[in-house]
Design a protein around this ligand. Structure first.
Ligand code: 2GW
Ligand code: MN
Length: 297
């Protein structure tokens, strides 16, 4: 380690090098109590990470669901992803839609492909968002496992506005919801009814994770999606649905199967929450939408 030009000394004040391997912020948590990194800008050296991932020739799948009117979000999503998401790496976009004729043709950089799969829609919007888990888990077994190493699963009503690279990748990662990172766990909107499969007791829950962004190896994402889908179906059979749908079941899964990396709110922001001094860069942001129009049939 001492011959590595980018090394950081373990004790302060001795670094001397221009380009440090990492910067420790003292105003935010940088590591979870179970020793998973919390990813903040400056905490990593992207050149080292890129070299490591290139050596493995890593392939990254990005799953996107654009059903009904949500096809309108695809163009900006993909265009901004081309600029900021995993630039220089192999990327496969997997778009699931009930309106394949509405998918715009977009030009992609070398090493990047886009695949459209037709799926049937559901009447209830809660089913539209929740059934993503079923489709992800089925496709993990049928194709993702043969085609990519990592999966990133995201909402489609988002745009990238700054770098998002291999620093997010790990066996299984989750992102902290931007509305909850300054709140105590009692305020988290977890499902609190013990009869639901999404149940988390008031005195438990590490973070409140967003449902709009998670990922990991195909093997791990299969477990996540399969758990969430089965939990939803078990609840459905009892005529109960967790408070925040897929997000609630996801939070329940991550309580007992801890993520190996946690993304700070830099990695999922929503301008509904304005700005925060703790979040110098908004890398992946929910777009404002006309809820009534976009969600009507
Ligand atoms: C239609 C009516 C109401 C709500 C959603 C939809 C809808 C969602 C749709 O007509 N077509 C569609 O493709 N979707 C997909 O589901 C799309 O990928 C979208 O990004 C995702 C989640 O729906 P969205 O973005 O409207 O919900 P948000 O931004 O409030 O999402 C949070 O809460 C959801 C559960 O209530 C999910 O957990 C989501 O992951 C969270 O970010
Ligand atoms: Mn969304």
């Amino acid at each position: 380690i001492l011959s590595e030009p980018n090394h950081t000394c373990l004790v302060g004040g001795l670094c001397g090098e221009k380009k440090m391997a990492g910067v420790v912020r003292t105003d935010v948590m940088m590591v979870t109590p179970w020793l998973a990194p919390i990813v903040w800008n400056g905490a990593f050296n992207i050149d080292i990470l890129n070299a490591q991932f290139h050596k493995r020739d890593v392939r990254i799948g990005l799953t996107l669901f654009a059903l009904k009117k949500y096809t309108v979000f695809l163009k900006n999503f993909i265009e901004t992803a081309e600029k900021y998401f995993m630039v220089g790496h192999k990327v496969h976009y997997y778009v699931f839609t009930d309106r394949p004729q509405d998918i715009p043709s977009l030009s992609l950089a070398e090493g990047r492909t886009l695949n459209v799969t037709e799926v049937t829609s559901y009447k209830r919007w809660q089913d539209v968002t929740m059934r993503r888990m079923q489709i992800i888990s089925e496709n993990c077994l049928q194709r993702f496992i043969y085609e990519v190493d990592y999966l990133v699963c995201a909402d489609v009503d988002m745009i990238f506005s700054d770098h998002v690279g291999v620093e997010i990748l790990s066996d299984v990662f989750a992102a902290i919801h931007p509305g909850f990172f300054q709140l105590p766990r009692q305020k988290f909107t977890h499902e609190r009814r013990p009869e639901s499969q999404g149940f988390i007791p008031k005195d438990e829950g590490d973070y409140y994770y967003t449902g709009c962004y998670f990922g990991g190896t195909v093997e791990e994402i299969y477990k996540v999606a399969n758990f969430c889908h089965n939990a939803m179906m078990a609840d459905k059979a009892k005529n109960i649905e967790a408070l925040w749908h897929d997000e609630s079941y996801l939070n329940r899964y991550f309580l007992y199967y801890k993520p190996t990396k946690v993304l700070s709110p830099e990695y999922v922001w929503n301008n509904y929450y304005g700005s925060s001094v703790y979040v110098p860069s908004k890398r992946f942001v929910h777009v404002e939408k006309d809820y009534v129009r976009i969600r009507s049939d």
